[in-house]
Structure formats: C-alpha cells, structure tokens
Design a protein around this ligand. Structure first.
Ligand code: GLV
Ligand code: MG
Length: 361
C-alpha cells in the first residue's frame, strides 16, 4: 500500500509542530516584491515598504552572489527581527534543493524567525518529492523552534519536469500555498530560444493571410499584419488549472525589462484574466502596476454587483443590456466581488473606490 490514509494528511509531520491548515487563506498577494537582504541599501528600504506592498520577499537564491549567501540569510534574520510587518506578508526564496546553502537557509530561518515567515518559496521544483522533503524538514524545524503556525510552501515552476508534474506538486502537501511561473529558468531548462526574462518575443507570432496580388494570386510578400503570441500561455494555463484544482494560488513570475512598464502590464493582465492572483515585482515601479492590474477595476465591480443584485436568489436567467446572465455568470461575477472584498480589507484606497460605486438598475 503506497497511499497514506486521508486522515493523516492533517497530522503534523513532526511531534510538536503546528497542525497543517485545512484551507489556504486568501490573503492578498498582488505583488511579491523581491529584495536582496545582503544589499544594505535595499535592506534599509524594507521597513518603509511595509504597508505599500502585499508581500515582501527576502531573496536568497539566484541574483544573490555565492559570496553573499550567508550575508543574505543573516540579513533577512536581522530585518525580520527588527521589523513589524503589520498586514504585509514576509516570504523568502530559499536556495535550490541541490545547493550547499539550502539546509542552513531552512534551519536558520525557521528556528530564528519562523513565527514571522509566512511562506517559503522553493525554486526549481521538479516533482512532489521536493515538496515532501521541505514539508518534513519544516515540521521538524517548527517543532524545534516552537513555531506557532505552519509555514506555507510556494513552488516555482521553472523546469520541464516540474511543468510535467505540476498537478502532483500542487497536491503534494497541505502546506502548498501557490505556484509561480519562473520563465527564465524554465526557458533555459526547456531549451527555448528566448534570452528574455518573461514577456513576449517578436519572433513568436502569427501572420495575417496574404491578400490577393495584382496577378490574382496570393501576395506573399505584400503587407500583412503580424500578431505577437504569448510564449507563456500554455504554461500559465496549465499552472492555473493545477492550482485551482488543488485550492492554491497561481502567480506570474519575474518580468525582467523594468523599463517596459507597458508590456509588463499587458503580461500581468493576461495572467490576471487567466486566473492568477499576483506577480513578482523586481523594482518598486512594478508594485504599482501589479497592485492596479491584480485588483478588479471599478467597472468590473460595478457590473459584477449589478449582476448579483439582478440575480436575486442566484437561480434562473436575466437579461442585462442585451446580455444573458445566469447561475454560471453569477459565479463569474462573485469571483470578482469576493476578490474586491479581500483586497478592500487591506487596501484603504481601494476600499474607498469600491465603496463609492453606485449600481444602476
Ligand atoms: C525565476 O526564478 C525564473 O527563473 O524566471
Ligand atoms: Mg529561477
């Protein structure tokens, strides 16, 4: 018999560790802002960012030089101990499971600042066995450190094997909080030929059919519109399904071209429309974009509330502005209304905007 009893899923994996959660709380996480705790200039800015972003993430993995790995870990402990995070969540990205640093990352962070850490992001996850390893280790360390609430796990989807196993990864532990796309490592691992960090590529396109040329045949070399396609559509859609089926949250990942705020916004919006709840931010500029894009617009909420009001007990069908609304479209609207409520609870400006909405009949 290889399966464990369903009754055992919610038993702690170490004696004295907190009991696993039965549901992952829907805490707003529109922007996960990455900072390098070994960079004193960046670290000094962290306390002032509390309250301006949903998640602050102390990054220990890629982008931190090997020589700075210990300083980053210790810097994060220092920042966590000396900062009151209020409603802002504190996450970390640990080093990968095949690195010499990850064990010390987990031992130090969980025993020193375990009660302040909400989520541990695990990079380069290949399969459920990676989550099981971290799951057990977290339980042992929570027990050792007297941590009161279970630390959640977030996996980065950035290997071909990880994508193939994404459903099993999402279901691997009650600690699973969510999954982010890691387009840079994923591109490398899959041997995709883009060198960009996230975003599109001008070579990945479809072209309008040729119009008829002067000789009556197709004008192959004439002017034909091209439409850039989204390199990440398949992976994001697959990730969203895996997450939704498991009751956890999907995220876009890094968008490396900090200056191209327009394309970043488009990419984030595609992810939002497909079901993602947030994205990474690599620069304060991207926080503003993410907070806007991953919050339903006033127009969306106005429409959604109108449908909710018109649908009464939620059954049957009504016509609004010539469009059919029924039980299913009501559910679509409730996704937005519920999200707006969660966001308004932590974002006073958004609350004001949503509260001011008046619904017409
Ligand atoms: C993120 O870690 C990525 O590799 O894109
Ligand atoms: Mg990566």
């Amino acid at each position: 018999m290889s399966h464990k009893s369903p009754k055992d899923f919610f038993a702690p994996l170490a004696v004295g560790a907190p009991a696993p959660l039965r549901e992952i709380p829907a805490r707003p996480s529109r922007a996960i802002h990455f900072f390098d705790p070994s960079n004193p200039k960046m670290a000094a800015k962290v306390p002032a960012m509390v309250g301006t972003v949903d998640v602050l993430l102390g990054n220990l993995e890629d982008a931190v030089k090997a020589d700075n790995k210990v300083a980053a870990r210790e810097g994060l402990v220092e920042i966590a101990k000396n900062t009151d995070f209020g409603k802002t969540q504190l996450w970390t990205r640990i080093n990968s499971l095949d690195s010499p640093w990850v064990l010390d990352d987990l031992v130090t962070l969980v025993t020193e600042i375990g009660d302040k850490l909400d989520v541990v992001m695990v990079p380069k996850v290949q399969g459920p066995e990676d989550i099981h390893y971290v799951d057990r280790l977290l339980a042992q360390l929570e027990a050792k450190g007297g941590v009161q609430k279970p630390i959640l796990i977030h996996a980065i989807l950035e290997t071909a094997r990880g994508v193939a196993n994404v459903e099993e990864i999402a279901l691997a532990s009650p600690r699973m909080q969510g999954i982010s796309l890691g387009p840079a490592d994923l591109a490398a691992d899959r041997k995709m030929k883009t060198t960009r960090v996230g975003g599109g590529h001008p070579g990945y396109l479809v072209r309008q059919d040729p119009v008829t040329g002067p000789d009556g045949g197709p004008d192959i070399h004439g002017t034909r519109a091209v439409f850039q396609q989204d390199l990440w559509h398949y992976t994001i859609a697959k990730m969203v399904d895996a997450c939704a089926a498991a009751g956890i949250y999907p995220y876009y990942g890094p968008f490396g071209d900090i200056t191209d705020v327009v394309a970043a916004e488009d990419q984030f919006r595609n992810a939002f429309l497909l079901g993602c709840v947030g994205t990474w931010s690599l620069h304060p500029k991207q926080i503003e974009i993410a907070n806007r894009v991953f919050s339903p617009s006033v127009e969306d909420i106005k429409h959604a509330r109108r449908v909710v009001a018109a649908m009464g007990d939620g059954t049957g069908a009504v016509m609004l502005d010539g469009k059919m609304e029924d039980d299913a479209s009501l559910k679509q609207c409730l996704v937005l209304v519920d999200l707006a409520e969660e966001l308004a609870a932590i974002d006073p400006k958004l609350k004001e905007l949503y509260d001011a909405i008046e619904i017409e009949d």
